[in-house]
Write a protein that binds this ligand. Structure first.
Ligand code: FAD
Ligand code: SIN
Length: 533
C-alpha cells in the first residue's frame, strides 16, 4: 500500500495533523493507523482539560509561560514555551470550531479551572471527561474528510529507512530517511508495508512500562522504541511524571488506574495521610496544589513513613452539587466502589502518568530522521523540560500538530514513494507455544520499573533494574527471532526498550531535577543539560 501522508496514532496529535493536512491539500491521501479501536488513546482519558490564556484581562501569556518554566525546573526550551503558550489559544479555537464542547457558566463564558502549578484559573474542561469530548469531535471531523482513511487494528512494527535497502545505518549516518512502515494486519495476520512520502508518529505515551499507570493498555511507547531502533534521537526519558492521585483499589496490583483529576484539588480537595493530617503544607507552601513532582514525592514519603499503600483525598467539605456537576464521572466511579465522596475520603496513590521526554524534534516537529515528524506525548519538543505543567499536554499536541502540518505543506512535493523496499522476511519463525511467557515478562518488567525506577531512585536501584532488563531483553530477542509476531510480543519488546531508555537516561543524570529524584545526587547540578540517546 502507498499513501502520500502516513499518520500513526488517532489521538489529539495525529488527528489534528491529519485534519489540517486533509483540508489544505484535498489532492493528497492521508492514512491514519491506530493499533486498536480508533478512540482508544490517552487522549480519550484526559480529565482536567486544556490550559490556555483566553482572557488577557484576567490572565497573561507571561504568567502561563512563567508557570511552565517553573514546573520545567530549568530544562524547558524558552523559545518552544513561548510558541506553545502564544499559539495555543488559536489552536484551541480551531478545535472548538471542529465541534468540541467546553463547559460554560450562566454568563456564557468558559468556566476556567485551576490545577497544580498554575498561578491563574485557565483550564478549559468538559466536565471531567474533556479528552473523551475532544476525541469524539476529532473523529467525527475525520469521518467527514474524503481524503482521510482511518485503519484501526493495524499495529506498526517498525519504520522503514535506508537500513531496509541494505545500507548500514548508525547514529552517525547524516541523512537517515523514513520511507514508511511495516505493519501487522490483524485481519490477514500478515506483515505488510505501507510506503509514504512523509510520516507522522503520534503514538502517545509509555505508562504501561510501570505496574500502575493512569494510561490505557495501548500506551507502550511504540513510537519512541521504533525511532530508537532506527537510530533516531531520543531525549530526556528519565522524566516520567507520576500523577499524585490515581484511585487506589485494593487488590488491583497491575494495569490502568482510574484518575482522580488534579482539578478536584483545584476546586478545594485536600490530601490527608492515614492519621488524617493535611501533610502537604509541610512539604510546600502551595499545599495540595504544588506541582506534581513535589506532591507525588510527598505522598510517596508519607506512605513510606506510615507504611501505607495510599493516602486520601478529602472532598467531604466540598459543595455536593458543584462536585457532581464538575466531576460526574469521578462521583459515579467512587460510588460504584462504595465511596460516597461526601462521607468518605477517596483512597489515592501516585501512578505513572506522562512521559515528558521522547522523540527529539525541532520547532516544526521534525525528528532527527528526515521525512519523519513526531508530536504529542511521543515527542520531546522542549516544552516540558524536567516536569510538565498540568494540562499543557493537550495544548502542546494541538500546537505541534499544526506546526508539523505547516512544515509538511512546504516539503511534501519534493518527495516521492521510495522504490525497492523489500517485503518483511518472516522466514524461520513459528507460532508461539506459550503466550504466557510474554505476559509474565511484561509483569516482571513493570515490577522492576516500579520497584527500582519509580519516584525515588538511586545508583544501586538503577543498576539492579538494568541487570533485570538485560535478561528480559535477551529472552525477548530470542522469542522475537523465532516466533510469529503478535502485537503483544512487539509491545513487550518496545516496553523493554523504553525501560532501558529510562534507566540509562536516569543513570546519566547525576543530579535531582524535576521528576528525576535520586538519593545519590539529591541536589541540582550547575550544568543544564538534556540527555540525548
Ligand atoms: P494518544 O492520544 O495516546 O494516541 C496514541 C495513538 O497512537 C493511539 O491511536 C494508538 O492506537 C496509536 N499507536 C500507538 N502505538 C501504535 C502502533 N504501534 N501502531 C499503530 N498505532 C499505534 N493532558 C492534558 O493536557 N490535560 C489533561 O487533563 C490530561 N488528563 C489526562 C488523564 C489521563 C488519565 C491520562 C492518561 C492522560 C492525561 N493527559 C492530560 C495527557 C494527555 O491525555 C496525553 O498526553 C495526550 O492525550 C496524548 O495524545 P497523543 O495524540 O500524543 O497520543
Ligand atoms: C488531571 O486531570 O489531573 C490530569 C491533567 C494532566 O495530566 O495534564
Amino acid at each position: 500500500m502507498t499513501t502520500d501522508v502516513l499518520v500513526i496514532g488517532s489521538g489529539i496529535a495525529g488527528l489534528t495533523y491529519a485534519l489540517k493536512t486533509a483540508a489544505a491539500r484535498p489532492d493528497l491521501n492521508i492514512t491514519v493507523l491506530t493499533k486498536t479501536n480508533e478512540d482508544e488513546t490517552n487522549t480519550k482519558y484526559a480529565q482536567g482539560g486544556i490550559a490556555a490564556v483566553l482572557n488577557e484581562q484576567t490572565d497573561s501569556f507571561d504568567k502561563h509561560i512563567e508557570d511552565t518554566l517553573i514546573a520545567g525546573d530549568g530544562l524547558c526550551n524558552p523559545e518552544i514555551v513561548d510558541i506553545v503558550i502564544k499559539e495555543g489559544p488559536v489552536r484551541l479555537r480551531e478545535i472548538i470550531a471542529w465541534g468540541a464542547e467546553f463547559d460554560r457558566g450562566a454568563d456564557g463564558e468558559y468556566k476556567l479551572g485551576k490545577e497544580g502549578g498554575h498561578s491563574e484559573n485557565r483550564i478549559l474542561h468538559y466536565k471531567d471527561v474533556t479528552g473523551k469530548e475532544i476525541e469524539r469531535a476529532l473523529l467525527h471531523q475525520a469521518d467527514q474528510c474524503k481524503n482521510i482513511t482511518l485503519i484501526d487494528y493495524c499495529f506498526v512494527i517498525d519504520i522503514i529507512t535506508q537500513h531496509h535497502l541494505g545500507v548500514l545505518v548508525t547514529k552517525a549516518t547524516p541523512a537517515i530517511e523514513c520511507y514508511g512502515v511495516y505493519v501487522l494486519n490483524h485481519e490477514t495476520h500478515q506483515i505488510e508495508k505501507i510506503l509514504s512520502k512523509v510520516t507522522l508518529l503520534a503514538t502517545g505515551g509509555c505508562g504501561q512500562v510501570y505496574r500502575t499507570t493512569t494510561n490505557p493498555r495501548i500506551a507502550t511507547g511504540d513510537g519512541v522504541a521504533m525511532v530508537y531502533r532506527a537510530k533516531g534521537r531520543i531525549e530526556n526519558m528519565e522524566f516520567i511524571q507520576f500523577h499524585p492521585t490515581a484511585l487506589f483499589e485494593p487488590g488491583k496490583r497491575f494495569g490502568q488506574a482510574f484518575l482522580i483529576t488534579e482539578a478536584v484539588r483545584g476546586d478545594g480537595g485536600i490530601l490527608r495521610n492515614s492519621k488524617g493530617e493535611d501533610f502537604m503544607p509541610r512539604y510546600d507552601a502551595r499545599g495540595s496544589l504544588a506541582p506534581r513532582d513535589i506532591v507525588a514525592r510527598a505522598i510517596d514519603n508519607e506512605m513510606k513513613i506510615l507504611g501505607d499503600e495510599h493516602v486520601y483525598l478529602d472532598c467531604r467539605h466540598m459543595d455536593p452539587e458543584k462536585f457532581k456537576d464538575h466531576f460526574p464521572n469521578i462521583y459515579e466511579k467512587c460510588l460504584s466502589l462504595g465511596i460516597d465522596i461526601h462521607k468518605n475520603m477517596i483512597p489515592v496513590a501516585p501512578a505513572a502518568h506522562y512521559s515528558c521526554g521522547g522523540i527529539k524534534t525541532d520547532a516544526m516537529g521534525l525528528s532527527s530522521i528526515q521525512r519523519l515528524y513526531s508530536c504529542g506525548e511521543a515527542a520531546s519538543t522542549g516544552l516540558h523540560g524536567a516536569n510538565r505543567l498540568a494540562s499543557n499536554s493537550l495544548l502542546e499536541a494541538m500546537v505541534f500538530g499544526h506546526r508539523c502540518f505547516e512544515h509538511t505543506l512546504k516539503e511534501i512535493d519534493q518527495y516521492s514513494i521510495q522504490s525497492g523496499i523489500p517485503d518483511w522476511n518472516a522466514a524461520g519463525t513459528s507460532d508461539p507455544k506459550e503466550m504466557i511467557l510474554i505476559t509474565q515478562s511484561i509483569k516482571e518488567l513493570q515490577l522492576t520499573m516500579s520497584d527500582y525506577v519509580g519516584i525515588v531512585r538511586s545508583n544501586v536501584r538503577l543498576t539492579r533494574a538494568l541487570k533485570r532488563l538485560d535478561l528480559l531483553h535477551e529472552e525477548t530477542e530470542q522469542l522475537y527471532k523465532t516466533t510469529t509476531l503478535s502485537p503483544q510480543l512487539c509491545e513487550l519488546r518496545n516496553l523493554i526498550t523504553i525501560g532501558y531508555l529510562i534507566v540509562k537516561s536516569a543513570q546519566f543524570r547525576k543530579e535531582s531535577r524535576g521528576l528525576h529524584y535520586t538519593l545519590d545526587y539529591p541536589v541540582k547540578s550547575e550544568l543544564l543539560q538534556n540527555i540525548v540517546l
